[in-house]
Ligand binder design. Structure first.
Ligand code: ATP
Length: 347
C-alpha cells in the first residue's frame, strides 16, 4: 500500500477549476485501485494569497510542499496584481528556483487530428517533449529592478556549465526512453553564451554516440515545429526559448488547454498545466482541464505509478475520439467539470 501525500496549489483564475477536475480524476483512480492511497493538502499560494497576506508564496506553504511527495499546481498570477515595480508576481517561477526544479518538461502530443491547425497530421504523429532549462538563461535577471528614466536597460543571459550539463543529461536520458533523438535549440551563431551551451551539449553527445543528435537555431526551430514537427523527439533548450517554443508547440496540438508540464529537480516535482490563470474565462466553468489532468498523469509517472499515468492518457485519447467531447477552446461546449467526468468514465 503506498500512500502519496500531494500538495495542491490551485492558485488564481482558472487554477482552482482545473485543479479540482484533476483531483477528481485522481480520486477516481484511487477508488479503482487496491494499493493507491492519496492524501491531498491544499496550500494557498498566488496573487489571491498576496492580496490577503501580502506574500504570494508564504514560507510556511513552501515548507509544507517540501514535506509532500509531489505538488499539483493550477495557475498563478493575475494581471492586475503586481509588484510595485510593475512586474506580475509569479510564485510558480519562485517555486522552481527555490526547489531547484531545473527540468521544465513539456510533452507535446497530438491526441486527435481535429485539434491541430496543421494539415494532414494524424493523432500521435506529433509526439515530442521539450526539456527547458528552468533556473537561468534569459530569466536570470528577471527580478532585477530598472530605472524608467535610463537610456538603456540590460538583462544578462546566464548559461552555467553545471545547469547546462544537468538539463542536457536529463534530455539524453529521456531520449533513451523514447525514440532516441535529442535536438539542441540555441542561437550559437549569435550569442557566446549559446555557443558555450552548444559546447556542453557536444561534449555529452560525444559520450553517448548511440543517441542521435541535431542542432537547430531557435528561429529555424520555430519554423520546423510548424512545418515538420515529426522530426522532433526530445528538444533541449534554455529557459526563455523553451518558454516561447512550448507555447508554439501547444498551438499545434490544440492550444494551451492541451499542454501539460512537469518541473522536476533532484528531490522535488511540481506538476502544472503550461497555461496561465486565464482570468478572461475564470469562474465560468469553461476552462479546458485536460492540460492539468495530463499534468496529474505526469505526476503519477514521476511517483512510480506510470500504469495509472498511462491510464489517464489513454482515457483522454479515447474521450477526444468523440467529436462532441470538446471544451469551448477546442470548438465545443463541454464544461470543465463534464470533461473531467468523460475522462473518469473511460479510466
Ligand atoms: P502566463 O503569462 O501566466 O503564461 P498568459 O496570460 O500569457 O499567462 P494564459 O493565461 O495561459 O496566458 O492564457 C491565454 C489565453 O488562452 C487565456 O486568456 C484563455 O483565453 C486561453 N486559455 C488558457 N488556458 C486555457 C484553458 N485551460 N482552457 C481554455 N482556454 C485557455
Amino acid at each position: 500500500m503506498s500512500q502519496l501525500h500531494i500538495a495542491l496549489m490551485p492558485g488564481d483564475g482558472i487554477g482552482p477549476e482545473v485543479t479540482d477536475a484533476a483531483v477528481r480524476v485522481l480520486q477516481a483512480l484511487e477508488a479503482q485501485s487496491d494499493d493507491l492511497v492519496l492524501r491531498f493538502e491544499t496550500l494557498s499560494v498566488g496573487a489571491g494569497e498576496y492580496l490577503s497576506s501580502g506574500d504570494p508564496l508564504p514560507a510556511a506553504a513552501l515548507e509544507r510542499a517540501r514535506a509532500c511527495d509531489a505538488v499539483l499546481l493550477g495557475a498563478m498570477g493575475l494581471p492586475d496584481v503586481r509588484w510595485p515595480n510593475g512586474t506580475e508576481m509569479a510564485p510558480q517561477i519562485d517555486i522552481r528556483e527555490q526547489l531547484d526544479l531545473y527540468q521544465g518538461i513539456r510533452p507535446v502530443r497530438l491526441y486527435h487530428e481535429a485539434l491541430t491547425p496543421l494539415r494532414d497530421k494524424r493523432a500521435g504523429q506529433i509526439d515530442l517533449v521539450i526539456y527547458r532549462e528552468n533556473t537561468e538563461g534569459l530569466f536570470w535577471e528577471r527580478q532585477a529592478s530598472h530605472d524608467p528614466r535610463a537610456d538603456y536597460v540590460e538583462n544578462a543571459m546566464r548559461i552555467s556549465r553545471r545547469s547546462s550539463e544537468r538539463i542536457v543529461r536529463a534530455a539524453f536520458a529521456a531520449a533513451r526512453e523514447r525514440r532516441g533523438k535529442v535536438t539542441l535549440v540555441d542561437k550559437a551563431n549569435v550569442l557566446p553564451a549559446m555557443a558555450f551551451f552548444r559546447e556542453v551539449f557536444d561534449g555529452i553527445a560525444a559520450e553517448q554516440p548511440d543517441v542521435e543528435t541535431d542542432r537547430v537555431y531557435v528561429d529555424a526551430a520555430a519554423l520546423f515545429l510548424v512545418r515538420q514537427p515529426e522530426q522532433f523527439d526530445v528538444i533541449v533548450t534554455e529557459n526563455m526559448f523553451g518558454d516561447i517554443l512550448s507555447d508554439l508547440a501547444a498551438g499545434i496540438v490544440g492550444g494551451m488547454g492541451m499542454a501539460p508540464s512537469a518541473d522536476i529537480g533532484a528531490q522535488y516535482g511540481v506538476f502544472q498545466p503550461a497555461h496561465g490563470s486565464a482570468p478572461d474565462i475564470a469562474g465560468r466553468g469553461v476552462a479546458n482541464p485536460l492540460a492539468t489532468i495530463l499534468s496529474a498523469a505526469l505526476m503519477l509517472d514521476w511517483l512510480g505509478r506510470d500504469a495509472e499515468g498511462s491510464s489517464i492518457r489513454g482515457a483522454v485519447a479515447t474521450a477526444l475520439q468523440d467529436p462532441d467531447c470538446r471544451t469551448p477552446d477546442l470548438g465545443g461546449s463541454v464544461s470543465c467539470a463534464e470533461m473531467a467526468e468523460r475522462v473518469i468514465s473511460l479510466l
